[in-house]
Design a protein around this ligand. Structure first.
Ligand code: KG4
Ligand code: ZN
Length: 345
């Protein structure tokens, strides 16, 4: 079964062709990060305009790389939400147009379902149930995965997503956008114990997360120490490198503490880590260490499939297609789309 998948929920215009939800025949991602970098974050209006410019060339490239014509497709999958409404609309319109003209079924996909399915693209035998830690710029949640397409959210961030905290701290320090990769690089070899940040604990015992406190603590530290924003990304003072390393350690500790607590409560057979922040070197290393100490296999997609891409939407689209989900030509983008969850046993 050949699915063309389209993803435009934030600032990446992406298209992919995926066979049977597993084999990636092509995956094209056009990033707009240089467009948004001067603003220190995604500017929704600019994102929509760039998606409009890029969506057709990106789809054409994905079809050419897969060496296929539209007639060969079995379905078109598209991210319906959540995300920026103007951005989502571009992908949804493109998908509807292709589905209409070529008489193909249209399959709406939840963006986070894509991140949850991403590890299955590169690993065939994932023991289930799994616990999935999904960490991106817009989401930070823990899910129990019973089977592909069957998820239950166990915990979520109560304020900022982890990636959002990386981006805001980088902006505060004048380190550019997106902040995650810059902080990841600068933290390497720096003193991650230079600044002590309290790792929040949920008083009600839920495996939820909170990152705005750590972000505010960075702001107070910067003010107290009189640290000024870095003008030249090539010359970053040690005090800033140590600060971002300490911040990163606190965020990674909070994420893995939540994961560990959920493992104790749910006894999964494997762990999944996905989403843009799963590209983080420290998180990958520490998650591998935690998995080993818990005696559980950990599955993390390669970086290109952890950050936003359309192959993951093809994987989730295949599952949705098999579950019978279809979109009509009245399908609309939904910036607050809820993830369909299975009920607890
Ligand atoms: O999954 P993604 O591409 O888009 C969303 O669904 O949000 O995640 C983007 C986020 C950004 O906040 C970015 O700073 C963060 O992932 N990110 C990282 C790294 N690479 C990307 N955060 C920490 N370390 C990284 N290496
Ligand atoms: Zn994402």
């Amino acid at each position: 079964m050949l699915i063309l998948a389209i993803e435009t929920s934030c600032d990446e215009t992406a298209a992919a062709v995926v066979e049977d939800g597993r084999r990636i025949l092509s995956s094209v991602v056009s990033s707009q990060s240089s467009v948004h970098a001067p603003y220190g974050g995604v500017v929704p209006e600019l994102a929509s305009r760039h998606h409009i410019e890029n969506v057709c060339p990106v789809i054409r490239q994905a079809m050419a790389d897969a060496d296929l014509g539209f007639a060969a497709l079995d379905a078109v999958a598209v991210t319906q939400g959540p995300g920026l409404v103007g951005s989502l609309l571009v992908g949804v319109q493109a998908a509807k147009a292709i589905a209409f003209v070529h008489h193909k079924p249209l399959v709406p996909v939840h963006h986070v379902a894509g991140h949850i399915e991403a590890p299955f693209l590169t690993h065939d035998r994932i023991p289930l149930p799994a616990l999935a830690l999904i960490v991106s710029g817009g989401h930070t949640s823990l899910f129990r995965v019973e089977a592909p397409g069957e998820y239950r959210r166990l915990g979520r961030t109560r304020d900022d997503a982890a990636g959002e905290a990386f981006d805001k701290v980088a902006k505060l320090l004048g380190l550019g956008y997106p902040g995650g990769p810059v902080i990841d690089r600068l933290a390497q070899g720096a003193d991650d114990r230079a600044v002590e940040f309290a790792v929040p604990r949920m008083t009600d015992g839920r495996p939820d997360f909170s990152f705005s406190g750590i972000k505010t603590a960075v702001l107070y530290h910067v003010r107290r120490e009189g640290i000024s924003p870095v003008g030249d990304a090539g010359r970053v003072p040690d005090a800033v490198r140590d600060l971002v390393a300490s911040f990163q350690r606190a965020v990674v500790t909070a994420l893995l503490r939540g994961l560990e607590r959920a493992v104790e409560a749910h006894r999964p057979r494997s762990l999944l880590l996905s989403g843009g922040v799963a590209a983080n070197t420290r998180l990958r290393t520490d998650a591998a260490g935690l998995a080993e100490s818990l005696g559980l296999p950990l599955f993390v997609p390669p970086v290109a499939l952890s950050t936003d891409n359309a192959a993951m939407i093809g994987a989730a689209g295949f599952v949705s297609f098999q579950q019978g989900r279809r979109g009509g030509l009245d399908l609309n983008a939904d910036p607050r789309l809820a993830l369909a969850e299975t009920t607890p046993p």
